[in-house]
Design a protein around this ligand. Structure first.
Ligand SMILES: [Fe+2]
Length: 307
């Protein structure tokens, strides 16, 4: 059975603009201005321009056995994930959200925590694709290279990170997610922009989120996630969430995917710093030009009065 409509727009767990290093501007404020422009451009007569499609996991549905069963993937991906995507398409059709990227829909619909109706389906569609790409057959073990170095730096050791990640996943009350994310130059406050960025701000963090919320809404770069909704593990582990979390960490995590995401996140952070520097320089140039204009005007007045 084909599940991908040929005319549909694929969802990208890595936003194209993120992968290219831009991520819609250098600050969350700039992101919002860009999204507003897109919405304003779409403010004419409503028409359906695009649909998201359900991307399959990058492996066969039985490839994660015995750690995650084919039956779990048939339900989790084939029914739950599918429903989020289908409901999102129905929800945004003909609205000002239609035609935005999935990431922009998430940011707009998050609405600073006062969620708009499309948020849950949009975020769940993104979260699930990101989740499927966070794991792989034969996964688990330990990361290497720069990822391991940063984990050791920011969590004391790999064991320290695993303990913190497992605690976040097991302590998330009810449905939700646990994340490893790269937090570059941001205060430890949602949606805040760091007025005095420093190298110490660039670090890995573990965060948990309720229901469909993900770290994109805090302007963090997600690197790894585990779905701790019951539908993710009940068929294989019943109510034993800690066993599911341990199996995820020891047998399923794709550290290759996490390393690749870290590389993209760092490139994005560097590009955003360059954009911020350009913006400051442009502001300085504008101020300099304006002050020169005033000075010329004053000089002109002085000359007139002296005649
Ligand atoms: Fe799920």
């Amino acid at each position: 059975m084909s599940i991908v409509a040929s005319t549909a727009k694929p969802i990208s767990a890595f936003p194209t603009s993120q992968a290219q290093g831009g991520f819609r501007g250098s600050t969350l404020g700039l992101q919002w201005r860009n999204i507003e422009k897109k919405c304003l451009r779409k403010a004419g007569p409503a028409k359906i321009s695009a649909k998201f499609d359900l991307k399959p996991p990058p492996y066969p549905l039985n490839a994660l056995e015995p750690h995650m069963s084919r039956e779990t993937l048939e339900y989790h991906w084939g029914k739950h994930h599918r429903t989020y995507v289908e409901n999102l398409n129905k929800q945004i059709a003909g609205t000002q959200l239609d035609g935005l990227t999935l990431e922009d829909i998430i940011l707009v619909a998050y609405n600073k925590g006062d969620l708009l109706p499309a948020f849950n389906n949009a975020a769940q569609a993104w979260n699930h694709e990101f989740f499927w790409e966070s794991i792989r057959p034969g996964g688990g073990g330990e990361p290497s290279g720069e990822l391991l170095e940063l984990i050791n730096r920011d969590f004391g050791s790999f064991e320290g990170f695993v303990k913190e990640f497992k605690t976040a996943a097991s302590m998330q009350f009810g449905s939700g997610w646990s994340w490893l994310a790269y937090k570059a130059n941001r205060l430890n406050v949602g949606n805040a922009v760091n007025p005095c960025p420093s190298e110490e701000d660039k670090k890995l963090v573990v965060v948990k989120s309720p229901n469909a919320v993900n770290p994109l809404v805090w302007d963090y770069s997600p690197l790894l996630t585990i779905d701790v909704w019951e539908h993710a593990y009940y068929l294989d582990f019943q109510n034993r969430r800690p066993d599911y979390i341990s199996t995820f960490m020891e047998k399923l995590v794709s550290w290759e995917a996490v390393s690749s995401r870290l590389e993209a996140a760092k490139a994005r952070a560097a590009e955003r710093e360059r954009e911020e520097e350009r913006r400051k320089n442009e502001e300085y140039d504008d101020q300099t030009t304006n002050s020169e204009a005033v000075e010329m005007y004053l000089d002109s007045n002085k000359d007139d009065s002296s005649e």
